[in-house]
Design a protein around this ligand. Structure first.
Ligand code: HEM
Length: 134
């Protein structure tokens, strides 16, 4: 039986394997390598800190993910496929490695943040139109 997510090291393992999948898929990898030009180990640390904060209130992340993704979206518009792949790989990675309340919480938070982000990014032109119409 699988165990639950308990430590930062567990999260680090999930994030590492998740990025291996994302970076191996050219439909989404270019956003990291060509558009944002991330340093992979540094990025994995940052995202691990984010989830350590979400799951364990660790005070391990001080940033603004929504703003970071707005900037990214401005450079290269995010599409449904990108969100679908993100969720698919994230969900699969957690489920393959862990099981329990924290694993379930991580799945739920990933879905809710990704959904919120998707709605914001993909309805932006519509909102702009609405604003100019008023
Ligand atoms: C379409 C889906 C997504 C794509 C393509 C994507 C891509 C990226 C990229 C390229 C960066 C690096 C940006 C930079 O450093 O300039 C980034 C940062 C980050 N992403 Fe995402 N992302 C997606 C969804 C999400 C979701 C749903 C979450 C959280 C649940 C998330 C969490 C983060 C975090 C925490 C960072 C680091 C932010 C910081 O620098 O403080 N991402 N993402």
């Amino acid at each position: 039986m699988k165990r639950d997510i308990e430590t930062r090291a567990d999260i680090h393992r999930i994030v590492t394997e998740f990025y291996q999948k994302m970076l191996a898929d050219e439909r989404v990898a270019f956003l990291f390598t060509d558009v944002a030009r991330i340093d992979v180990p540094e990025h994995v640390e940052k995202v691990t800190g984010f989830w350590n904060d979400v799951l364990f209130a660790a005070g391990d992340y001080h940033g603004n993910p929504m703003q970071v993704h707005w900037l990214l979206n401005g450079q290269s518009p995010l599409q449904h496929t990108h969100f679908d792949l993100w969720l698919q790989y994230f969900t699969q990675t957690i489920a393959a490695l862990f099981e329990g309340d924290n694993a379930a919480r991580m799945q739920q938070r990933a879905l809710s943040i990704a959904t919120m982000m998707r709605v914001k990014m993909l309805t932006q032109p519509l909102n702009k139109q609405d604003n100019t119409a008023r």
